[in-house]
Design a protein around this ligand. Sequence first.
Ligand SMILES: Cc1cc2nc3c(=O)[nH]c(=O)nc-3n(C[C@H](O)[C@H](O)[C@H](O)COP(=O)(O)OP(=O)(O)OC[C@H]3O[C@@H](n4cnc5c(N)ncnc54)[C@H](O)[C@@H]3O)c2cc1C
Length: 377
Amino acid sequence: MKHTYDLIIIGAGLSSLMFLNQYLKKTSGQDILLLEQKNIINSDQTFCAWEGPGLTNISKDFQLKPKKIWNKIVLNNLNDEIKRDIEPYSYVCFDGKETLETLLSTCKEKITVIKNEKVLLLSYEDNVHNVTTENGVHYGMLIVDSRNNIKKHEIKSSLVQQAFVGNEIELTHDRFNSDEITLMSFSQREDEIEFVYILPFSKKRALIETTVFSTSPKLTDIEGRHQKFLKKYEPYKKIRQEKAIIPMAVVSPDEERKILKIGISAGMVRASSGYSMRRIANWSTKLGPHQLDESSVSSFRYYSSKWLNWLDKILLNVIIKYPNKGPFLFMMLFKRAKMPSLIRFLSDKPSAADLINILFCMPKRLMLKGLVKKEND
Ligand SMILES: Cc1cc2nc3c(=O)[nH]c(=O)nc-3n(C[C@H](O)[C@H](O)[C@H](O)COP(=O)(O)OP(=O)(O)OC[C@H]3O[C@@H](n4cnc5c(N)ncnc54)[C@H](O)[C@@H]3O)c2cc1C
């Protein structure tokens, strides 16, 4: 007789493991299978998020140890520099490998985990999902799918992508101010937004990333400019590298019966920033204590705020239509906005007053142009 799981979770990345961490604290008794295509569950990423009053405490709620916490941020463009103290808020960085390993350790005794198991096909027969992998077929009543496979019709905004190449480097001499992060140090480009992001872990060690927001980013070109930028820190030792292209889009996932999409293709990446850890944390910590099954699946679906989506779509339109104005837009926002309002906005938890503050701080004419483009889409 074939074994049928209550839940089959595809992918053991950030969204699946943060979900399982919270879900298994509140429910028990289900037969759960987790399938991961890679032979190890780890990540070369660093996950960063804003923390502070009114926000879910990721470190505490998920038992994660931050790699480093900062309370000061810097942005610069040409000769203009903004330095802001963000206390009582902070910018927290978690090591990717440690994060996924810790999350997995909190749930692996309660579920079945199979690595090196790439899912090739899903089909549905006699009320059961058949999950075909490279090694066979698994059967499940309900699927939780974290694969990054956004379909075209699910994208509800113009598609901008965030591409970045980053290196964690170690110098022989003190160079970095380890108390403050450089959130955005803009380069002057006509057809895309480009900035360098610096996370100093110590005076000698930092993650330095060259990031581009563009509709057609070219990773090899970015890598070339990134390596050129790094030359100013020579001599240095390369500790590790991370590079990726992440969609920056408002996504409305299909409501497929008996399939719960999570992660990137469920719209859990914030369109205007490319961040997802905060969204995943907000969603997974507020799930109720009921079991996930056919009758409850709709209450588990992730829906992003219409207001945030509306604002993000305008921002994305501005990025597409006037990329050379991007630095001006972000600089103005970080210069004028109240930091708590801006951080709650970036963390999907703005109050009505925060949204009004953000709207007033944005360059009006530019935003109106973004709005006009949106209506013509
Ligand atoms: C380098 C990098 C840095 C980032 N930094 C930040 C940050 O600082 N802050 C932030 O909030 N966000 C950040 N992000 C964005 C976001 O947090 C991550 O992309 C996050 O990993 C998304 O979680 P996920 O579960 O949707 O996808 P993933 O973590 O990619 O998980 C999906 C999993 O599914 C597996 N899989 C895929 N297809 C199959 C298949 N067919 N069969 C079986 N398994 C499969 C994959 O191997 C993977 O393990 C970063 C992203 C990257 C790439």
